[in-house]
Design a protein around this ligand. Sequence first.
Ligand SMILES: Cc1ncc(COP(=O)(O)O)c(C=O)c1O
Length: 333
Amino acid sequence: MTAIVNLLFLRVSQVGKSVQSRVRRAVYGLPPYSPGKPIWEVEQELGLQHVIKLASNENPFGPSPKAQKAMANYLAQLHRYPDANAYTLRRAISAHCDVAWDQVMVGNGADELITLISETFLAEGDEVIIPHPTFSEYAFGTHLMDAKPCLVGLSDRFEYDLEAVQNAVTTRTKLIFFCSPNNPTGTYIRKKEFEQFLATLSSHAIVVFDAAYSDYATAEDYTDGLEYVKKGCPIIALHTFSKIYGLAGIRVGFGISTPEIVGFINRVKEPFNVNVLAQVGAAAALDDREHVSRSKLGNESGRNELYQAFESLGICYLPSMSNFIFDPHRRTN
Ligand SMILES: Cc1ncc(COP(=O)(O)O)c(C=O)c1O
């Protein structure tokens, strides 16, 4: 009996080894994504009740009521596949952003779009410029495709150093990621500085401008990158329904770029990447300007209240253009 068990163990460990050797090198070295813990897990772990989750920058005002109603009305049609082209949603986004329909792509969250962009453009040896610290998914897409991440640190005030980004561009640079407002620092790229940067940009690099938190930005010199897409610059502007629209649970994000870039990225996506409820809910949320403005105003007053509290308690913070506030003394990996 012991001999049989030993033999079985040997077989299983050999299979394990042979699977390992077949996994793509890039996947083997990939660190798994570490999401903010769900409320139930923290409650269970620490024996607490009524935990408030701040980890994922979700909207405390909840989902758009219009989106909730539209999704509820759609439930009887769930036997149908989603529209693979997400026509109605893309039309709604194109009208909202004042761009052509074929300049809009939608994904299962902006996360999926970041992966699709990486799959579309990157191959082994390509270089990708990524600010540091920032949202981890840019490095994920880069590693997934065996491309090389070139990290460019933010300034000592945690602002973008566009000159350093410019200096990091080489002939192998394929993508340059910007996140503005930046996760986790809440700092943003000033319009004028971004324009100066674009003027120096060589044509082989595509800028991915992640504006996931743009709806919270209040600075007059903020840009979400869209105006430069409209001017024909090689930019993909990314947005999400997970933050101000309060729809993180249904997973929808969108990107705006040139019809050519959108066309190539759409070749890579799965046919039905955005489910029907997400398509219907996101289109309705876009139309719910009352929910958006309530969320934005509520966020701004909450931010100001926190600033005052931090100041009176002597806690350091960075003024934020987003729905989170960064402690500049926090260590970032
Ligand atoms: C900067 C940034 N971009 C994109 C995302 C992902 O958005 P989604 O929920 O649409 O995948 C996040 C989520 O936290 C984020 O912080």
